[in-house]
Design a protein. Structure first.
Length: 275
C-alpha cells in the first residue's frame, strides 16, 4: 500500500462509462482550462479536452493545426482541477494515422504527461486496426464517427453526414467496426437523427451524441458554445447562458469606471499605516 495519501473521490473511468449503455445518459462537455474544469467537474461524467481548443481558445480556422504539445498542455490544466469526471484527451491530426506504433507512442505520451484516463481518435478505415492495437496495450480509446472535423479538407467543410444511402451504410459499418475494435464509447457527430439511433442500437458501447439524437446514450457540446461565448453557434447547440453579453457588460462597466476615475476606490487601494 502506498504511503501517499489516497484520493477520497474516485474518478470515473472507461468501465464506468461503458456500463452506462442504455442507462442514465452520460453528461459530457469540453474542457480546456483549469478554472472551467473545476466548475464542470461537479456536473459532468466525462470531460473532453477536445482539439476544438484550436478554434475555441487559439483562434485557428479549424482543428488541423492543433499539435500534440497543445493537447498535452491543456490536458494537464484540466486534470489539475477536476476530481471526479473522466478526462479524455483528443489525439490531434497527424498524431495517430500513420501507423499503430506511432499512435501508441503519442497516446502513451499523452496519458503519461497529463494523467488523463483515455484518448479519443476520429475513426476511419485505417484507424480501426490502431484502436485495437492501443486497447490491447492498455490505452482506453473513445472513437468518433460521422462528421470528422480533422477531415475538413477532404470533405470541403463541416457538413452533416448520413443523409444518403451509401454514406449512411458506410458510417454505420464504421461505427460497428470501431466498437468491435475495443473502443469503450463512440462520439457520433453531425449525422441524420435516424442514423444516430441506428448506430446506438447496433453497437454495444455508449454513443455520445453531438448534433445527432436524443436517443444516444449521452450528449456532448463545446462548453463555450453552450454558454453563449460566441455570436454564432451551430444548429445543434442549445445556449444555456449568454456569457458573451455578461462579459461585455462587465468590461464596459470597468472601462467606464476607469475613465471616470471611479476605479480604483478606497476599498481597492493600499494605504500606509499612520505613524
Amino acid at each position: 500500500m502506498s504511503a501517499q495519501r489516497q484520493e477520497t473521490v474516485r474518478r470515473m473511468a472507461a468501465p464506468d462509462i461503458a456500463a452506462r449503455k442504455g442507462g442514465t445518459p452520460v453528461v459530457c462537455l469540453t474542457a480546456y482550462t483549469a478554472p472551467m474544469a473545476e466548475i464542470l467537474d461537479e456536473h459532468c461524467d466525462l470531460l473532453l479536452v477536445g482539439d476544438s481548443l484550436g478554434m475555441v481558445v487559439h483562434g485557428l480556422p479549424n482543428t488541423v493545426g492543433v499539435t500534440l504539445e497543445m493537447m498535452i498542455l491543456h490536458g494537464q490544466a484540466v486534470m489539475r482541477t477536476s476530481k471526479r469526471a473522466m478526462v479524455v484527451v483528443d489525439m490531434p491530426f497527424g498524431s495517430y494515422e500513420g501507423s499503430p506504433e506511432v499512435a501508441y507512442a503519442n497516446a502513451a505520451r499523452v496519458m503519461k504527461e497529463t494523467g488523463a484516463q483515455a484518448i479519443k481518435v476520429e475513426s476511419g478505415p485505417t484507424v480501426v486496426e490502431t484502436i485495437e492495437y492501443l486497447v490491447k496495450r492498455g490505452i482506453p480509446v473513445m472513437g468518433h464517427v460521422g462528421l470528422r472535423p480533422q477531415a475538413i479538407h477532404v470533405d470541403g467543410g463541416f457538413k452533416a453526414k448520413g443523409k444518403g444511402g451509401d454514406e449512411r451504410a458506410r458510417i454505420l459499418e464504421e461505427a460497428k467496426a470501431t466498437a468491435a475494435a475495443g473502443a469503450f464509447a463512440l462520439v457520433v457527430e453531425g449525422v441524420a437523427e435516424g442514423l444516430a439511433r441506428e448506430i446506438t442500437e447496433a453497437v454495444t458501447v455508449p454513443t455520445i451524441g453531438i448534433g445527432a439524437s436524443a436517443g444516444c446514450d449521452g450528449q456532448i457540446l463545446v462548453t463555450d458554445d453552450m454558454l453563449g461565448l460566441f455570436d454564432w453557434t451551430p444548429k445543434f447547440v442549445r445556449r444555456y447562458g449568454d456569457l458573451r453579453g455578461e462579459i461585455s457588460k462587465a468590461v464596459a462597466g470597468y472601462a467606464d469606471d476607469v475613465r471616470a476615475r471611479r476605479f480604483p476606490g478606497p476599498a481597492e487601494i493600499y494605504f500606509a499605516k499612520a505613524g
